[in-house]
Design a binder for this molecule. Structure first.
Ligand code: ZN
Ligand code: ZN
Length: 346
């Protein structure tokens, strides 16, 4: 069944898909200015402007309607008087106002396309595996690089460049390179801090291949580090293994997250692990399902999730270790295979 047919079969009223990633998932069509109306009977109409018309015409099994540049304004007239579902969490207030201006009855929906996106097919898992293999290769090369004397920004640029040289299509997100005390901020931006010996450096990076993301974090020791930092690393590594062991179809995001907190809590460090264990990933770096204390998700086979506990101690430093896994009936398959032993770099 095509993705459009599958979505249509789940609908009770027409759905206007306006999110660019959701449109791309449904049709394989990429545009910054388009919408697709999917109707319960399987009919799909793609609205876009002149710039994307030729590409739109190449999409199979959709009717293409050229609109002016203001697609939402044009749709407000084309859909006037109809009852239409819209993607409430994917549209701006201004766009919503514009869409409804012609008198269409707009019904808020959430996560209808995303519900399909979170279960990956073979081609999607293959693309993410290839992106992950590139990040493994990159970590292997990075572990041979000189860290001391280089700034976080310089290392981040090396990562960007090397991703492309290894065959990645693009970055999935800007790499995080957080050295020393900066490591206490989970999403630190690489700055002008010069890396020196005796610190941990957290590197979080991912690339895209065929439109799908990878995401992997490793933490390196630069030269010899204190016993305290070694203990932090070992505790995070333990929590990461506990999290991985808890991942399985049927497990809740809450329970998997909780499994990663036991060892850290026992060490009296719970307050320094202030984020969720992981997130789903696919065409976007952050997707459903989520593994965190307030999650309402239950894992299913072919979900892709990260398992990434961390410890962040102000004035001391931080550590995070992140793998990307495919959920299976009985556990998970890990796609990121670079070593999780504490590696020392120069
Ligand atoms: Zn990450
Ligand atoms: Zn992540």
């Amino acid at each position: 069944m095509s993705r459009v047919a599958r979505l249509a079969a789940s609908l009770s009223e027409p759905l206007l898909v306006t999110d660019g990633v959701n449109v791309k998932y449904q049709l394989g069509f990429q545009s910054s200015n388009c919408a697709v109306l999917v109707e319960p009977d399987g009919k799909a109409t793609l609205y876009t402007d002149f710039r994307y018309l030729e590409a739109a015409k190449a999409v199979a099994d959709v009717e293409v309607v050229q609109t002016r540049r203001d697609v939402a304004g044009a749709l407000s007239e084309l859909l006037a008087g109809r009852r239409i579902g819209f993607e409430a969490s994917r549209i701006s207030y201004a766009h919503w106002q514009m869409l409804g201006a012609g008198g269409a009855e707009l019904v808020a929906t959430r996560g209808l396309v995303e519900a399909f996106r979170l279960v990956k097919d073979d081609a999607e898992i293959d693309a993410i595996s290839r992106a992950s293999a590139i990040s493994d290769e990159l970590y292997a090369a990075l572990s041979q690089e000189q860290f001391t004397g280089r700034t976080e920004k310089e290392l981040a640029w090396w990562i960007e460049r090397t991703f492309r040289e290894l065959g990645a299509d693009a970055l999935a997100f800007e790499p995080i390179v957080a050295s020393g005390l900066n490591g206490a901020s989970p999403h630190a931006h690489p700055g002008d801090t010069v890396v020196h010996g005796g610190v941990l450096v957290t590197i979080d990076m991912g690339c895209t291949v065929d439109g799908y993301c990878s995401d992997c974090t490793r933490t390196f020791a630069v030269g010899e580090v204190s016993q305290q930092l070694v203990e932090i690393y070992e505790l995070v590594a333990r929590a990461q293994l506990d999290g991985l062991a808890a991942v399985s179809a049927g497990e809740s995001g809450v329970d998997v997250d909780a499994a990663s907190r036991t060892a850290i809590a026992a060490a009296g460090m719970a307050e320094y692990y202030g984020h969720g264990l992981g997130h789903g990933l696919g065409m976007e770096v952050h997707e459903a399902p989520v593994l965190r204390p307030e999650s309402s998700d239950v894992l299913a086979p072919r979900n892709l999730v990260t398992v990434e506990p961390g410890l962040y101690l102000p004035g001391v430093g931080g550590c995070r270790i992140e793998d990307l896994v495919v959920v299976t009936e009985t556990g998970c398959e890990i796609l990121t295979s670079f070593t999780k032993k504490m590696l020392t770099v120069g």
